[in-house]
Structures are given as C-alpha cells and as structure tokens.
Design a protein around this ligand. Structure first.
Ligand code: FNR
Length: 367
C-alpha cells in the first residue's frame, strides 16, 4: 500500500516510495548513475565528511533563510535543477515542478530535454516567478541560437550551459530497460536513433562534443542572460570561467551520471573557494553546487564553504512521481523547516553569516 504523504519526513522517504510505485523504466532512468554508481553514492556521502562547529548564545529568535541567485531574490538557497523527461514520472511532466516552485518562491531550471515543450513550462509560471534555461548545445548552432534567443524573449533569467556531457555516460540500469516514451518532446527527432541504449542515449545524439572555451564569446554575443557553466569539476576550470567572463559555475558531476569516479561537487567546492579568495575573485563569479543534496545540513555546508546556492534534482522527481504536486510541495516545505531549525542550531540568523569557521572540513581532501 502507498504510504500517506504525511508519512514522508525527509527527502529520502520520497525515494523509497517512488521506487515502489514508479514504472520500472522510469525508475531506471531517474535513479541511475554511470557505471558502478560510485560517484552517485559519493555525492551524498561526501557531505558526511564535513562536521559543524556551531556557535552558541547567538540570538536566533528570528531566522531569515532568503537569498538571491544571479540577482534574483528567492525564499531559500536551493533551485530545482534541470532533469530531462519529466513525463516518465508524472503525466503532466515538468509543469508540476513549476507549480511547486511558484508556491515556495524557488527558482526552476528548465531542461533542454523536457517532456513538456519549453513554452508549456514558461506558460505555467505565475506572476514574477523566475526560470532559467539549461542548454545542451546542438551541433547546429543556429538551432542553439534560436533556443537561447527564444528563452531570453520569454523571460528566462539565466543560461546554464551543460559542459560535462560531450558524450552521455553509460547508465547501465537505464540501458537494460528498453526505452520508449511517445509523450516526450525530444529534440533529435530523426529516427536513426538507437533506443536500445536506454533513454539517455536515445535522446542525446544532437549534443556537440566539439563545444569548447572558444564558443563562450559567441554565447555572450547572442544573449544578455547571465551565463553559468554547469558541470565544472576542478579549480583550474573555475579560474578559466572567471577569465572567460561568465557569471557562474555549477560544480557538478551531473548527479553521478557522467564520468564515473568524478569527485563530488562539495569536495570540489572546498578546492575552489580558497583559490578564488586568494585572488580576490570570490565576488567575480557565483559558485553553485549540485549532487546528493538531501538535507538542509547539506545546503548549509555548501553555503558555509562559499556556494551561492545548491541544485536539487532527483528528490523532486521522486516526490513528483509518487505524489504529484503535493509531494513536491511537501519536499520543499520539509527542506525549509530543516533549514530554519539548523540555522538556529548552528547559530546563524541570516545567509550572509554563513562562513567556513562554522565547519570542520578536515575530512575533505581540500580540507
Ligand atoms: C539529470 N541531470 C541533467 N543535467 C543537465 O544538465 N541536463 C539534463 O537533461 C539532465 N537530466 C537529468 C535527468 C535525471 C533523471 C537526473 C537525475 C539528472 C543532472 C541534474 O541537473 C543534476 O546535476 C543532478 O541531478 C544533481 O544531483 P541529484 O540532486 O539528483 O543528486
């Protein structure tokens, strides 16, 4: 029997329910990671290498967890990251996430490979709700130019270019479950696609493996949206991103779905922030992290290290697949409640007060 929504007390609970109720192919696509799923497991595990050093006797009666990301105010420092094929989990697809994001004043990143059309997802937003676009760059740059210009015209406030997927990783769980998704709005369209390689590979053949740093000026020339590189994984590339003049990076390994045994985003963050501070560059770029964020304590650790915000993927997919919009709303509310409580418990009242002295990071390589 399906447990009631009220019995979900944390984000992991949604995953357990989703696993029971989702179609096998959908579960395989959402939950899988590359190869042996070592990076997938490491993503959440890495947060456990960091411990808090809370401060006491701080007046924490009033706690404010709101912040800004790319200049946009939002209620809490996480965003709904881009995850493809929303209709595998719920018949209405990504607009379910749009509705919950609106209710909670959270930013949503729209995936290139959404099941709903881009315009459906933009049409579903309300008031001054903010959305970003995640971009897979097409070999045909005119197609990419049209997507970017259209997104800007429709009010998107950030362009997240995925840079960790010149070729899609091997997600074997996904490959084993034969893919067919008639409802999806996938870009490739041509039918030379080999669907026996799983959902991910079936839809990604248009992505340009020749994308390089040389392309960044072109992106800057076609849009005024802030540009963020999603999937940066070492300090050298973050410094290069600053020099390239982009507004942000997401330290991410694509939820453990790309390079197996890539490091977790939080581990990379510990390497990146000291180098930025050393150069006085920490205000020149916004640094985001995703992968394995399941608790507000995870969010707090990333922010103490210097992240501007974190992305969360699978938990909202699982909440949506199990319980629809009510599930996503509850997942977001649980995170807000955890966040407020844990701010009090570490002795911080505002996001600006979070800093590395609140952490013991000796367990991380970048210590
Ligand atoms: C993703 N991710 C992703 N990223 C991207 O840039 N474009 C995409 O189309 C997708 N699609 C996608 C599908 C699914 C099912 C998952 C789980 C992930 C990666 C995503 O944006 C993000 O990096 C991770 O999901 C973050 O890790 P968690 O929160 O899922 O652990």
């Amino acid at each position: 029997r399906m447990p009631s929504l009220a019995a979900c007390y944390n984000l992991m609970d949604f995953e357990a329910v989703a696993r029971q109720v989702m179609k096998k192919t959908a579960w395989a696509y959402y939950s899988s990671g590359a190869d042996d799923e070592i990076t997938l497991r490491e993503n959440h595990h890495a947060f456990h290498k960091i411990w808090f050093r809370p401060r006491v006797l701080v007046d924490v009666e009033n706690v404010d967890i709101s912040t800004t990301m790319l200049g946009t105010p939002c209620s809490i420092p996480f965003y709904v990251t881009a995850t493809a094929l929303g209709k595998l989990g719920h018949p209405e697809g990504e607009v379910v996430l749009t509705k919950a994001a609106h209710k909670h004043d959270v930013i949503q990143m729209i995936p290139t490979l959404a099941s709903c059309s881009f315009d459906e997802i933009v049409d579903a937003k309300e008031g001054d709700q903010v959305q970003w676009l995640q971009l897979y760059v097409n070999k045909d740059r005119e197609i990419t130019r049209k997507i970017v210009e259209h997104a800007e015209a429709r009010g998107c406030k950030g362009l997240f270019i995925t840079v960790d997927a010149p070729q899609l990783g091997r997600r074997e769980k996904d490959m084993r479950s034969k893919f067919s998704d008639p409802g999806s709005n996938v870009q490739s369209g041509d039918d030379g696609i080999d669907r026996s390689q799983g959902a991910a590979r079936a839809i990604s053949s248009f992505i340009d493996p020749a994308l390089s740093w040389k392309d960044i000026p072109w992106f800057k020339s076609i849009t005024k949206m802030p540009i963020v590189l999603k999937g940066v994984q070492c300090v050298e590339d973050v410094l290069r991103a600053v020099e390239a003049g982009v507004e942000g990076v997401v330290l991410s390994n694509h939820g453990g779905r790309q390079l197996e045994t890539a490091r977790s985003g939080i581990e990379v963050l510990a390497e990146v922030m000291p180098a930025l501070r050393e150069r006085g560059w920490e205000k020149r770029i916004e640094v985001y992290v995703d992968g394995g964020v399941r608790r507000a304590t995870d969010i707090l650790k990333a922010l103490c290290l210097g992240a501007k915000g974190v992305g969360i993927g699978r938990p909202f997919l699982f909440a949506m697949s199990a319980y629809g919009v009510d599930g996503v709303n509850r997942a977001m509310q649980l995170l807000k409640d955890e966040m407020e409580m844990n701010m009090r418990l570490i002795g911080a009242t505002r996001i600006e007060e979070l800093n590395p002295s609140l952490l013991d990071t000796r367990g991380l390589l970048g210590g």
